[in-house]
Design a protein around this ligand. Structure first.
Ligand SMILES: C[S@@+](CC[C@H](N)C(=O)[O-])C[C@H]1O[C@@H](n2cnc3c(N)ncnc32)[C@H](O)[C@@H]1O
Length: 426
C-alpha cells in the first residue's frame, strides 16, 4: 500500500488501498441501480436482448482492502452485476436465453492504478475479454470521451449507455463534456460524484475560483457578488448549493437529475453529492427508488416533497429579513422524510392539477416535477390517494372509467380537478 498526498495508490504486488465508507455506498448504489434498471428495461419477457454500454471514466485499480477481506472496485461491480442480472433474467427460463449484450470502457489516468486494474481483471478471469467487450484506457477521461461516444453510437440500436464518473473532487470533469455525452447519445445516463464541500469551503469571488468554475462550466450559475455576504449567514452552504446544483443540471443538458448527498452512516458533515443525469424519466425514478432503498446512506438538504433549485431571493435571509426560511436540516431518506414528502405533495399537486382544468396526464405530471422532488412515482401516487378518495381530483382511465384509488393511477390516466373544490383551491 502506498500513499501520495492524501490518496492511496494501487501498486501491483502490494495490498490494495482500504475502502472508505463513501466508496462502499457508491458501489452499493451502482450495483442496485444497474440491477434494477436492467430488470426494468427487460420487463417485457419477449425482449431477447439488451444492448448496453457501461463506462467507468475514473475506474481506479479494481480492488480494495475491506477489513480482513477484499472488496471489488467499480469496474468489477459493473461486470459482476451484469452477470447476476442476466442470470436472474434466465433463472426460470426454458426457452432461448435472454442476453445482456454489454460493452465496457474502463478509463484510469494513473499508470500504477491502470496496471493494477489490468492485473485485477486478469486475476478475476476477464483477461481474454480485454480488447473485445472490455476496452481499457490509460488516459484522462476527457481525452477519450469522444472516442467512447463514437464507439457507443456505432453499436446498432446501442445508444443506451451509463457513464460512471467517480472523480475524487469536483474539477476533473467539466459540464461541457457531460453535455457532449447527452448531445450525442440518446440513451445516455451519467452518474457523477461531486465533492461540493471542498468547493464551498474555499469558494471566494477570486480569479482562482472564477477560473476553476469556468473550466468546469459552472461559473455563470454562481452569484459571485453575494458570496462574502452569504458566508456570514449560517445557512450559506445550502444557499450556494442550490446555485451549484442548478448549474450542474442546466450545464449538463440532461432533462432529469437527482442530486443527493452520499452519507455513510454516522459520517458527517455531508460532503459530497451523487448526481444522476438522464433524459429518461424511468431512469430518474429507478435512481430515486435506489436512494430510498438505501435510505440511511443518502441525504437530502432541500425541502422534503417539493423543492426549488437555483438562486431564490425569497429564500435568502438577508433579502427577506425573515428567519423562518424553508431550509430543512439535512435528512436521510427515512420514514420521517417520506411522511413529510407525502404531506407536502398532497398540498402542491392538487394545485398543479388545478392549473390544467382540462386535465393533466399523470406521466406529464411526473416529468414536470421530477427535478423538484425526492419522491418516487410510488410516493407521488400515495400522495394523490386522499384527493382521489375525497374526489378533490379524478383520474380518468384511457378508454373509459375512473380510478377508485390514487395508488392505482397509471401513466396514461388523465388527472382532472373537481370543479367546485378547484374554485376553493384557487
Ligand atoms: C475515486 S477514485 C475511483 C474509484 C473507483 N471508481 C472505484 O470505486 O473503485 C478516482 C480515480 O480516478 C483516477 N483519475 C484521476 N483523474 C482522472 C482523469 N482525469 N481521468 C481518469 N482517471 C482519473 C484516479 O487515479 C483514481 O484512481
Amino acid at each position: 500500500m502506498a500513499k501520495t498526498g492524501d490518496k492511496w495508490e494501487w501498486i501491483v504486488g502490494q495490498t490494495p488501498p482500504p475502502i472508505d465508507p463513501h466508496s462502499k455506498v457508491k458501489h452499493q448504489l451502482v450495483r442496485d441501480y444497474l440491477y434494477k434498471y436492467i430488470n426494468v428495461l427487460m420487463a417485457n419477457a419477449k425482449m431477447p436482448r439488451l444492448r448496453l454500454t457501461l463506462i467507468d471514466g475514473f475506474a481506479g485499480g479494481g480492488l480494495f482492502t475491506d477489513g480482513d477481506g477484499i472488496a471489488p472496485g467499480s469496474p468489477l461491480v459493473m461486470l459482476q452485476t451484469v452477470r447476476e442480472a442476466e442470470a436472474y433474467l434466465n433463472a426460470s427460463r426454458t426457452q432461448t436465453p435472454r442476453e445482456i449484450d454489454a460493452q465496457y470502457h474502463f478509463v484510469e489516468l494513473n499508470p500504477n492504478g491502470f496496471e493494477h486494474l489490468k492485473y485485477t481483471l486478469n486475476g478475476e478471469g476477464y483477461g481474454p475479454r480485454i480488447g473485445k467487450d472490455i476496452a481499457l484506457y490509460n488516459r484522462a477521461f476527457e481525452s477519450v470521451c469522444s472516442d467512447i461516444i463514437a464507439a457507443t453510437a456505432a453499436r446498432k440500436a446501442g445508444q443506451r449507455a451509463i457513464f460512471l464518473l467517480d472523480q475524487y473532487s469536483y474539477d476533473d470533469i467539466s459540464m461541457p463534456t457531460v453535455r457532449t455525452i447527452f448531445e450525442n447519445l440518446q440513451g445516455a445516463e451519467v452518474i457523477l460524484t461531486f465533492n461540493v464541500d471542498s468547493l464551498l469551503t474555499f469558494l471566494t469571488d477570486s480569479e482562482q475560483f472564477h477560473s476553476i468554475t469556468r473550466r468546469i462550466g459552472l461559473e455563470p450559475y454562481i452569484n459571485w457578488k453575494d458570496i462574502a455576504r452569504l458566508k456570514a449567514n449560517s445557512r450559506w452552504r445550502q444557499i450556494i448549493q442550490r446555485q451549484i446544483s442548478h448549474g450542474i443540471w442546466k450545464a449538463s443538458g440532461a432533462r432529469f437529475m437527482t442530486l443527493f448527498f452520499v452519507t455513510p452512516l454516522g459520517n458527517r458533515p455531508w460532503s459530497y453529492w451523487l448526481v444522476h443525469l438522464s433524459n429518461a424519466y424511468r431512469a430518474n425514478d429507478v435512481m430515486k427508488t435506489v436512494h430510498w432503498d438505501n435510505g440511511n446512506s443518502f441525504g437530502h438538504s432541500l425541502e422534503s416533497g417539493f423543492f426549488e433549485i437555483g438562486y431564490q431571493a425569497n429564500k435568502d435571509v438577508d433579502v427577506t429579513f425573515q428567519n423562518e426560511m424553508d431550509f430543512s436540516e439535512a435528512a436521510p431518506f427515512d420514514a420521517i422524510l417520506r411522511e413529510s414528502s407525502i404531506d407536502k405533495l398532497k398540498d402542491v399537486l392538487p394545485r398543479m392539477i388545478h392549473q390544467n382544468p382540462n386535465g393533466l396526464a399523470f406521466n406529464d405530471l411526473l416529468c414536470q416535477i421530477a427535478n423538484q422532488t425526492n419522491a418516487t412515482e410510488k410516493i407521488v401516487k400515495e400522495s394523490l390517494h386522499e384527493g382521489v378518495l375525497t374526489r378533490d381530483l379524478q383520474a380518468f382511465i384511457e378508454g373509459g372509467g375512473v380510478r377508485a384509488k390514487g395508488t392505482s393511477i397509471r401513466g396514461t390516466d388523465i388527472l382532472v380537478p373537481h370543479r367546485q373544490r378547484s374554485i376553493f383551491l384557487g
